[in-house]
Design a protein around this ligand. Structure first.
Ligand code: PLP
Length: 381
């Protein structure tokens, strides 16, 4: 058995370029394998340049970046943190790591991200109960900007600091500015299936120099400035290795190209499949927003087609094509049973009706045709 099936069309496989190996070679030749090294500095500089944020800290996962970011915002045991329900579990798990509790908010139908009206309702309702959330996590799901202007205005009005989970949104923009640069803290993931990858990794960005230093210290076991190992604070082993940062450097040079390619893939699907009964594409860009189209997603309307997303997924499997349901909302997860939830109908409906299609930036037109032909077999025009 081979570990990889070369005929299989994967959802979002890694797509390396020509320069990653050079950075790896150099790191090994110069013996900069661990623990720090020039690739880490260079990778962090690349991130700052691409996002316009002053400071970046490279970590071993996006989840670690969210964990440190929430701690920077002061999240502590007993606190509540506002969070969209429609997201990957990694957005919310660090809330629990810190002994705090998530309060979930529904999506709106255009961007599929946090609904500003529901957010306001939640903040007003919590205020009536004297519950003041410590932080708000925003997510730009599938690389689609949320309705940032409205949400940031509400957050400011209620005095809640924002962490921006841009794990899926590297290279996407809002009003011409990089996503991840709007919150007090921003987070990116370089996990294997994201738009760029270091095989595994994450980055925390902030304009606050003290916070960047603090995050770096926590990520490296929070060692005091002493010749021996002395620790006053709780730390973690969260730093990215200099080797993997080398892959990141090679990848960062490809960002624009990868965004262009993913957007073309989405446009291709839309052009070639729109019009099939009950099938539509989404989410849609808000005013001022430009998605990176990390994953191309479709929705099926049960009033217009008898085919369910699960039937379509299994049909694509018979063609050795991987597809995947949309994220299952967190308020429906056994892990978060009993959590406070504001709304829920929108994200539950999206979950019930949606499917993510192969969207890797190395896809060729013949690959796209293979997916489209398979879909047409089961949903004829
Ligand atoms: C991938 C992802 C994360 C976590 O990133 P890792 O690098 O896998 O830890 C967090 N939030 C969202 C929305 C993600 O898609």
């Amino acid at each position: 058995m081979h570990s990889q099936d070369y005929d299989r069309l994967y959802l979002s496989p890694p797509h390396l370029g020509r320069h990653e190996l050079n950075y790896l070679h150099k790191a090994i030749e110069d013996n900069w394998v661990a623990p720090v090294g020039p690739n880490l500095d260079g990778f962090e500089r690349d991130i700052c340049e691409a996002t316009g944020v002053a400071h970046a800290v490279a970590l071993n996962s996006g989840t670690a970046a969210i964990h440190l970011g929430l701690r920077l915002l002061g999240v502590a045991p007993g606190d509540e943190v506002l969070c969209p329900s429609f997201t990957f579990v990694a957005t919310a798990n660090p809330i629990t790591y810190l002994g705090a509790t998530p309060v979930f908010i529904d999506s709106e139908a255009q961007t599929w991200n946090m609904c500003p009206e529901r957010l306001r309702e939640a903040l007003e309702d919590l205020r009536r109960q004297n519950r003041r959330p410590r932080a708000l996590i925003l997510v730009h799901l599938y690389g689609m900007p949320c309705r940032l202007a409205e949400i940031l205005a509400v957050a400011e009005e209620f005095g809640v600091p924002v962490l921006e989970d841009a794990a899926e949104a590297l290279g996407a923009t809002y009003e011409g500015r990089a996503l991840g640069s709007f919150g007090a803290v921003g987070v990116f993931s370089f996990n294997g299936n994201k738009i760029l990858t270091t095989s595994g990794g994450g980055v925390l960005v902030t304009n606050n120099a003290d916070w960047a230093r603090q995050a770096l210290s926590w990520a490296t076991q929070a060692r005091d400035a002493a010749p021996y190992y002395q620790h006053s604070e709780l730390g973690y082993n969260y730093r990215l290795s200099n080797l993997l940062a080398g892959i990141g450097r090679g990848q960062m040079g490809l960002l624009e190209d990868r965004v262009k390619k993913r957007r073309e893939i989405y446009a291709w699907y839309q052009q070639h499949l729109t019009g099939l009964p009950g099938l539509s594409f989404g989410p849609a860009e808000p005013a001022g927003g430009r998605s990176n189209r990390w994953l191309s997603c479709l929705l099926l309307d049960p009033a217009a087609t008898a085919v369910t997303p699960e039937q379509l997924r299994l049909h694509l499997e018979t063609h050795n094509v991987e597809s995947r349901p949309l994220w299952k909302p967190l308020h429906l997860q056994p892990l978060f049973a009993g959590a406070t939830m504001y709304g829920g109908a929108v994200c539950t409906d999206l979950f019930t009706r949606g499917l993510c299609l192969p969207s890797g930036s190395a896809m060729k037109e013949t690959d796209l045709r293979r997916v489209a032909d398979a879909i047409r077999e089961i949903i004829p025009a």
